[in-house]
Design a protein around this ligand. Structure first.
Ligand code: GCB
Length: 602
């Protein structure tokens, strides 16, 4: 799916700003043919939850309404006009001038509608009804219940089956863009690289609509020089003397795609892309033929006031903090991040594991379970009806992100019950789908919950990389880092022995740490304990040959639902929520700046 861009044939109108807003208490039917009966405003893009001091709104489960007036300039009236949402969390019904335009479910991927036929002269009224409800058919998964209040009114409740606040709203930009009536629909860029010859055959597949009859493709380098040209909907363009996209040393080419009608360019689009090759072989994760070592984070889109809403200044700061520490990567835990962040990572050379919002696929989640119970009873795969949503999420994510150089692997789920009956049947078709959809055939993985051990996990044959979320020394062996070290070593060696060809990495490990809390004894929750915990883990990682990366949990403290294990949110950040470093950052910076991105474990 193309990102909305201004080009010589396209115009983008941004609807960011303040919108009318209304909580729907479901006492009265909202008449979409009339202006929304409300005086409240809400900034877009941003979550609605933290923009007011209304506790009821902050914790609301159900429906809300947004409305915005807009006008289309006369010069654009003859163009094809598309209304595009970067996301709407989690389900949206869209109306223009009181007429239903369309619907989309899934809170983290873009969707769009052609709107010409709904428009009127002068001012138009865009209305969006939004639901933040989650249940056993959605991703993420929520436990959904309904009760009645004292007056007998329906009360909806979502108990998140995941550890982050259910921020919702129009959290990403809403735009209208104009294209010619004959237009470029989609572009897939698939480089085939010869690392020795330093050449690449770049396939640029173009989908078109309307009366376009040919395509011209021109490739520019970073100095804006033409380095290749091709013709046709499936052009293969040979580049020589190529510049590779390398971790933290990004190099971006641009494909200028012109949709032609009788030899004349009608629609023009420019797509940035990088040349890099990913291989997984013999227990190594190779980028451009060299073993890559992941240093970085599980993150969240989570900032003060904006919630999960796009915050480009924070994104920029986060990338700069990562680079400063010698980090090179992160995972988009636990949902696709904004397109703006993906473009930034392309530009900055940050390596990304791209995750679908498949979190909460574990019915009886808890940390006091017996890890080695081989006949563990869990009803996840009987109870969850998420397969359709999961297929849609994978399809939309790959459709959106397939051309990004920064994306080196897809994560198909976070901490699902992959060790219980029915898991393999559930996941096999999803992995097949991802592999079939991705033109670049990137590796695929899921992150393994602690109960999924080398002995118990039933789906590891499906993954290219064994990605482990582990909390020895925190949820287990709390405060006892010596025992935690033994267990960590034992488990990693067991994975390596059983699957010698699969690289292993940590996609989560961490300890809650309240900034400013210190302990002469290095007790849990203190900054000392956090540092000791990471030192212990690092030492073991370095002993394991096939261990190819450490992505700690979490980059920054983040907001969660309430719970006695959470102190105004999850405190496992190595930065506070406002991005002040905790003590451990110095240690990690020292470690990571000494570890090369490529060739650490040759
Ligand atoms: C996990 C989850 C993550 C949590 C984390 C924690 O395993 O994947 O979403 O936030 O543990 O801190 O408990």
């Amino acid at each position: 799916m193309l990102y909305p861009m201004n080009t010589s044939s396209r115009v983008v109108l941004d609807l960011s700003g303040t919108w009318q807003f209304m909580l729907d208490d479901e006492q009265q039917v909202v008449d979409v043919t009339q202006p929304l009966p409300t005086d409240q405003v809400m900034a877009v893009p941003a979550a609605f939850n933290d923009q007011t001091v209304d506790k009821k709104l902050r914790e609301h489960s159900g429906f809300v309404w947004y409305e915005k007036a807009f006008t289309i300039a006369d010069v654009l009236q003859q163009q094809r006009l598309v209304l595009r949402f970067g996301s709407a969390t989690h389900e949206a019904w869209v109306y223009i001038n009181g007429q239903a335009v369309g619907h989309h479910k899934g809170g983290f991927t873009p969707f769009e509608f052609e709107i010409n036929s709904y428009l009127q002269a002068g001012t138009n009224r865009l209305t969006v009804r939004l639901s933040n409800l989650l249940d056993y058919t959605t991703l993420p998964v929520g436990h959904y219940t309904e009760t009645k209040d004292a007056q007998g009114h329906l009360k909806r409740h979502v108990d998140e089956n995941f550890d982050f606040f259910n921020y919702a709203g129009l959290q990403r930009p809403v735009k209208i863009y104009a294209t010619p009536k004959d237009y470029i629909q989609d572009i897939s860029v698939t480089p085939d690289i010869d690392l020795t010859a330093k050449t690449a055959a770049v396939q640029v597949a173009v989908a078109m609509a309307g009366a376009l009859d040919d395509v011209k493709v021109t490739i520019f380098d970073e100095a804006h020089q033409v380095v290749g040209q091709g013709q046709g909907q499936d052009a293969v363009i040979n580049l020589t003397d190529i510049h590779l996209w390398q971790p933290l040393q990004a190099y971006l080419y641009t494909a200028k795609v012109e949709g032609l009608k009788a030899g004349k360019a009608v629609d023009v689009y420019t797509e940035p892309f990088g040349l890099r090759q990913i291989d997984v072989t013999k227990g190594q994760f190779l980028i451009n033929g060299e073993p890559f070592y992941f240093k970085g984070f599980g993150k969240h889109e989570d900032t003060p006031v904006n919630g999960r809403g796009l915050n480009e200044a924070y994104n920029n700061l986060d990338v700069n903090l990562m680079k400063d520490m010698g980090a090179n990567s992160f995972r988009t835990s636990h949902y696709p991040y904004s397109e703006e962040m993906m473009r930034l990572c392309d530009r900055e050379g940050i390596v990304v594991i791209d995750e679908v919002p498949a979190v909460g696929l574990f019915d009886s989640f808890g940390f006091n379970l017996e890890l080695d119970k081989s006949d563990y009873q869990d009803s996840t795969w009987d109870k969850m009806q998420t397969a359709a949503a999961h297929r849609q999420a994978i399809t939309e994510l790959i459709h959106r992100d397939k051309n990004h150089a920064c994306v080196v692997m897809w994560s198909i789920a976070n901490e699902a019950a992959t060790f219980t009956k029915g898991a393999h049947e559930y996941f096999q078709p999803l992995f097949e789908l991802a592999r079939q959809l991705d033109p670049q055939k990137r590796p695929c993985t899921y992150t393994c919950i602690m109960m999924a051990t080398p002995e118990s996990d039933k789906c590891i044959d499906l993954v290219d990389v064994i990605a482990l979320n582990r909390y020895y020394g925190w949820y287990l062996q709390t405060g006892d880092l010596d025992t935690a070290a033994q267990v960590t070593r034992q488990e990693l060696l067991a994975w390596q022995a059983k699957y010698p060809d699969k690289p292993i990495m940590y996609t989560e490990y961490g300890a809650d740490t309240v900034a400013g809390l210190h302990s002469a004894y290095g007790e849990p929750f203190s900054e000392e304990y956090q540092e000791d915990y990471y030192r212990m883990n690092s030492a073991i990682f370095d002993e394991i040959k096939n261990f190819v990366g450490e992505q700690l949990w979490n980059f920054a403290d983040f907001q969660t639902k309430f719970g006695i294990n959470r102190v105004m949110g999850n405190r496992k950040g190595i930065f506070t929520r406002s991005r002040q470093p905790k003590m451990v950052v110095r240690y990690l910076k020292d470690r990571w700046t000494k570890i090369p991105n490529l060739g650490y474990k040759k």
